[in-house]
Design a protein around this ligand. Sequence first.
Ligand code: NDP
Length: 278
Amino acid sequence: MELIKGAPVSAKIKEEVGAMLEKINGPAPKLAIVRVGENPDDMSYERGAVKKMGAFGLRSQCYTFPADITDEDFKKKFTAINADTDVSGILLLRPLPKQICEKDIEAMIDPKKDLDGISPVNIAKVFSGDPTGFAPCTPEAVIEVLKAYNIPMEGKRAVIVGRSMVVGRPLSMLLLKENATVTICHTRTKALPGTCQQAEILVAAAGKAKMLDASYVGENTTVIDVGINVDENGKLCGDVAADTLEEKSGKLTPVPGGVGAVTTAVLAKHLVQAALRK
Ligand code: NDP
C-alpha cells in the first residue's frame, strides 16, 4: 500500500486560506473553542486546533467551563459567545455532560458560525447538496484528501464503515455529491468483509482499533482511515490494521498523520469562509 499523508493536503489548504485572508481587512478571524470539562481527547483536539489556527495566521480563544456547569449557566455563556461580533466561528467540543441539552445547543448555534456543521440548518444543507453551509470538518477532510491525491470519485463504489452524524452520514452525502455510488455499513451489516472488499474507496469510521484487516480490502482500493484509537500498547492507531495491508496494491491514509491533520485545516478554512461571509 502506498501511504497518502495528510500534511501535503493541509499545506495546500493553508495556501487557500492565505489567499482568502488577503481579502479580509482588520484583525484575523477568531475561532472560539468551547469545552466543558477536562476530557483528555477534547483537550488534545483543542491543542491541535489552537496550534493549527496560529500556523494559518488565525486567532483562537478557548472558553472552558467546569464539568458540573448547569444547563442554564452554560446556555447563558454560550449565548454570549454566539453573539460576540469578534468571534467568526465556533468549535464546540462534544459530547457535552449529560445535564446540558446538546440538542438545544445545536439549535442555538448561529449557523454562520457553526464551523463543524452541527446546526440543523447546516445538516440540512449538507443533505440537500447546498454549498452555502458548513459540513462537519472530518467528512470534508476525507473529500479534501481524495481530491488532493487525484482519486476519482465519480462512478466509483465507495463503502463507509460507520453511520454517525459526525462522520459516516454526512460523508455519504459529500461522496454522493461527487457522484460516487455509496454504501453505508454499521454494526447490523451482514457480510461486512465482503461488502468492504467491493469498495474502490473504503472509509473506516467505526472507532474500533485495527478492525479492518486485509480480509476487508480488495486490490487497488483507496483506504481512508478516519479512526483514532489507542492500541493494546497505548499507541495511537486507526480502524485499519495497516500492517496486514503491506502486500496489497492501493493507497492508505496513515494514523497518525492522515485525515486528522486535514480536519483542523478544514476547520481553519471554514473559519475564514465564515469571516468572509459576514
Ligand atoms: P461513533 O461511535 O459515533 O460511530 C461509530 C460507527 O461505527 C457506528 O455507526 C457503528 O455502528 C459503527 N461500527 C462500530 N463498530 C462496528 C463494527 N464492528 N462493524 C460495523 N460497524 C461498526 O464514532 P464516530 O463516528 O464519532 O467516530 C468514528 C471514529 O472516527 C472514531 O475512532 C473517532 O475517534 C474517529 N474520529 C476521527 C476524527 C478525525 O478528525 N480524524 C474526527 C471524528 C472522529 P452502529 O451505528 O450500528 O452502532
